[in-house]
Design a binder for this molecule. Structure first.
Ligand SMILES: [Ca+2]
Ligand SMILES: [Ca+2]
Length: 353
């Protein structure tokens, strides 16, 4: 009994010596960021991993991407990265969000190992995050498809317009589009600032029709000189509603604008920051392999087994590979808490049992 208490106290000493306090300077600082931080499935993101090491050493830097359900959906790593003492470095890569990716918040996790998947020095369970689809789609504007015909047929060009406020006069939107025979469809979402009854306005030459949240609120699908049309619909603040605007031009001059107003919202062209590109739901033709080697010019092992760090719950070791202390514990044994250790090794409590 006495011996076991001594051993327990010894273990506590080892742990207390090895465990970094939350206030103590850690051996490593890591973070990860995605650009853009929110995107639709199929989008390719730029990922930046930032690592700072207090000590001069070589590291394998491991970046892992976890879906909202906790499943690992992506991984990139850079082996043999040298750091001088106190150096901070950024590593870049890209990741294409799978076409069938679930909406929600994804977590970026970072592991630091000795080269070749050796000792794990550091694990950051929440190094960064990104958001996929749904409410996370923060790309502003509307997606526009311009057809070289008045009835949404013929050759097309697709582009993202930040707002709809065009006066082409006798001209056309693009050199590939005829000046008197074209049509345009804008699609995306609109997010009102107020929970109120909104009025939407178009000024068009020629025909126009507008749907908000699936409801047709404007329909003047005729040839005419510049004409303002209106339609009303009640909307909730902060909620995004599908919006579709269609337009055609058949002769003479051409123009189209899209504005809104409400009791609290002065009439204005709907601004870019209240418009959102449509969520891409159609999978792109080329499925992306997961965990492809990065373009980093450092040594990339080709047939490297990808050890998955066992969901570490242990504190992050400092620059020394203290992880070895934990490896001597029998499997399944429970580590005493820091508070228990502190209580056990207090000089005042070390009386003979
Ligand atoms: Ca024209
Ligand atoms: Ca016209």
């Amino acid at each position: 009994m006495k011996r076991s208490i001594v051993r327990f106290a010894l273990l506590c000493f080892v742990l207390l010596a090895g465990m970094p306090r939350s206030t103590a300077a850690a051996g490593f600082t890591t973070s990860a960021a995605a650009t853009p931080a929110s995107a639709a499935p199929g989008t390719e993101l730029a990922l930046t991993v930032t690592v700072r090491s207090d000590s001069a050493m070589s590291l394998l830097v491991d970046l892992e991407i976890y879906a909202p359900n906790g499943e690992k959906v992506g991984q990139k790593w850079w082996d043999n990265q040298s750091f001088s003492a106190g150096q901070q470095r950024s590593l870049q890569t890209t990741w294409q969000i799978p076409a069938n990716a679930a909406s929600g918040d994804y977590t970026l996790k970072i592991g630091l190992f000795s080269p070749g998947w050796g000792t794990m020095y550091h694990w950051n369970n929440s190094a960064g995050s990104l958001s996929v689809g749904g409410a996370g789609n923060d790309a502003n504007g509307l997606r526009a498809q311009y057809f070289n015909n008045t009835n949404f047929s013929g050759s097309t060009i697709t582009r993202d317009d930040t707002r709809v406020d065009f006066n082409w006069g006798a001209g056309s939107p693009d050199s590939t589009i005829g000046a008197d025979t074209f049509s345009v469809r804008w699609e995306g979402q609109v997010e009102p600032r107020y929970s109120e009854r909104y009025t939407f306005y178009t000024v068009s030459d020629d025909g126009v029709r507008l749907w908000v949240n699936g409801k047709k609120v404007i329909d003047n699908w005729t040839r005419h000189a510049p004409t303002e049309n209106q339609g009303r619909i009640t909307l909730q603040a902060g909620q995004r509603y599908d919006i579709r605007l269609e337009f055609f031009e058949s002769s003479g001059r051409a123009q189209i604008s899209l504005a809104w107003s409400s009791p609290s919202q002065p009439k204005q062209i709907i601004p870019q920051n209240q418009l959102f590109l449509p969520i891409v739901t159609n999978p792109p033709a080329t499925p992306q392999p997961t965990a492809t080697a990065t373009t980093q010019p450092t040594a990339q092992p080709t047939n490297m087994p990808t050890p998955v760090p066992p969901t570490p719950v242990l504190p992050t070791p400092t620059t020394e590979p203290e992880a070895r202390y934990f490896s001597t514990l029998p499997p399944g044994s429970q580590l005493p808490s820091e508070a228990e250790c502190a209580a056990m090794v207090k000089p005042g409590r070390r009386r003979r049992a």
